[in-house]
Write a protein that binds this ligand. Structure first.
Ligand code: 1GP
Length: 259
């Protein structure tokens, strides 16, 4: 039942519910564990400790297992935010994370990244007792080859094919995915267009995560308005971690939480 607004910063259970039910727009920060030595990493941690995001994703195309584990432990010790594994390969697992985004690269036709990596990871996931969030991962084509496209040996879906993008998302939902991650590729020159986000969102009922190339709070808000349930920031915060403050402030200005 809706009662009066209580607070603007979300609790862990609220965030997990919001993630799986699209009940609140969420802001996720992606940390590449191999960039832990980056001079801005400590500054970013300061902002995350203040709770200026809703969740943290940990992973990268080539991250090492040791670094993944280390960073998950650090983040869980020093922040209250949910930490989700966003693995580039089956080595990027840690029992210290809250959950694993179990990715299937459904935009590609490489069986290794559709199912193979999950088969290799399955027994470790069970051993670590990690909760999984089945995620249909859709790489959308930009002007340059992204690290994800290169490493996974797959073609992104061209931006000129919004209907194929939307149909792929729907196929993911029909196969039982709990969320769709629409990815423009880390460090893209610009985010995925709002038209593509909108068409994709209209084709599915599950939450839509959008990432790649987001550099300003304005771009982020446009993506939420177009239908993104979660927006992911990576590169911009490696370059300018202090910007997390303005991204989060803009987001929670509109946010009202009901019990
Ligand atoms: C990459 O979508 C994420 O998987 C984040 O991309 O680094 O461009 O923010 P950026």
């Amino acid at each position: 039942m809706l009662t009066s607004p209580k607070r603007k910063v979300l609790s862990l259970s609220h965030i997990m519910t919001a993630l799986l039910q699209s009940s609140q727009p969420l802001l996720a920060v992606l940390i590449d564990p191999d960039h832990r030595d980056h001079p801005n990493y400590e500054t970013l941690l300061i902002y995350l400790r203040k709770g200026l995001a809703d969740l943290i994703l940990v992973g990268g195309s080539t991250s090492k297992r040791f670094n993944v584990d280390l960073i998950c432990r650090e983040l869980k010790q020093s922040t209250d935010l949910p930490v989700l594994l966003f693995p580039g390969n089956h080595f990027q697992l840690s029992p210290h994370a809250d959950a694993l985004m179990a990715l299937s690269l459904i935009s590609g036709r490489n069986p290794e990244y559709l199912i193979g990596k999950m088969v290799e990871a399955a027994s470790i996931i069970r051993e670590y007792q990690l909760a999984t969030i089945p995620t249909g991962y859709i790489l959308v084509g930009t002007t340059r080859t992204s690290a994800t496209a290169y490493i996974t040996n797959t073609q992104p879906i061209p931006v000129s094919q919004p209907n194929i993008i939307a149909q792929t998302a729907l196929a993911g939902q029909l196969l039982g995915m709990k969320t769709i991650y629409l990815e423009g590729g880390s460090g893209s020159e610009q985010p995925i267009s709002t038209a593509i986000v909108n068409t994709t969102k209209k084709s599915i009922e599950i939450p839509l995560i959008v990432g790649g190339g987001i550099q300003t709070p304005h771009q982020m808000m446009d993506l939420y308005a177009a239908g993104a349930d979660v927006v992911v920031l990576g590169s911009i915060l490696e370059q300018k971690p202090e910007m997390l403050d303005s991204f989060y402030k803009v987001l929670i200005e509109d946010r009202i939480v009901y019990d």
